[in-house]
Design a protein around this ligand. Structure first.
Ligand code: COA
Length: 175
């Protein structure tokens, strides 16, 4: 068995309960400054975390069909992701994908991604699409390694004078 196969067998995807939304926010707040410290100002980081991870935003996400999921190994949380709504016959949006800083580069993200692909394929999605900051070279490399291709560029106004300067990347399940 390869190292990748071994890790993938050990990573579980477990639903995040509403009572754990705060734990997701705390995990994001620990990962973001390290991941985006060279890309975004600390003011924009604070603005985006408050905007994207407030209790109200997360509840609204869930009401709109977004599913928050922990990446776990042996019961320990190593990261989280959020995707959906999942609809048969269309590509599923992947909104969030984060591995704890100390657990990055060990195959956790790739294992979680492969399990996610299988689950979405089983539910009839035709693929996955996401937004990634154009300067986030490591994440772009990670997505490419997992079969995503850049489909478009999009600079989105997010208010308060800030923009998200992103690539849209997609991975199709249909050949
Ligand atoms: C991007 C991310 C989800 C990848 O998950 P991961 O578990 O670290 O990735 P894996 O170990 O499965 O794959 C590693 C590959 O991803 C890339 N990579 C991305 N971030 C990396 C990191 N911090 N350390 C090492 N490799 C990283 C490399 O290309 C590496 O390929 P290699 O092993 O051939 O060198 C994770 O590093 C992360 O959460 N980064 C910070 C937050 C972020 O940018 N999230 C994406 C938001 S759009």
């Amino acid at each position: 068995m390869s190292e990748g196969e071994r890790v993938s067998q050990l990573i579980e995807l477990c639903p995040v309960s509403e009572s754990d939304h705060r734990a997701v926010t705390e995990m994001a707040a620990s990962i973001w400054p390290i991941a985006y410290g060279d890309i975004l100002s600390s003011e924009q980081l604070d603005y985006m975390i408050t905007w994207m991870y407030s209790p109200g935003t997360m509840l609204r996400d869930v009401a709109n069909g977004v599913e928050y999921v922990w990446m776990q190994r042996g019961g320990h949380r190593l990261g989280f992701l959020a995707f959906g709504p999942v609809r048969s016959g269309v590509e599923c949006p992947l909104h969030k994908f984060y591995v704890l800083s100390g657990a990055q580069g060990q195959g956790v993200g790739s294992a979680a991604m492969q399990t996610l692909f299988t689950r979405l394929n089983d539910r009839g999605a035709t693929g996955v699409w996401l937004r990634v900051n154009r300067e986030n070279a490591r994440a772009i490399r990670f997505y490419e390694k997992n079969g995503f291709l850049v489909r478009a560029e999009d600079c989105k106004d997010i208010g308060n004078g800030y923009v998200m300067d992103d690539y849209i990347m997609a991975r199709s399940f249909v050949s």
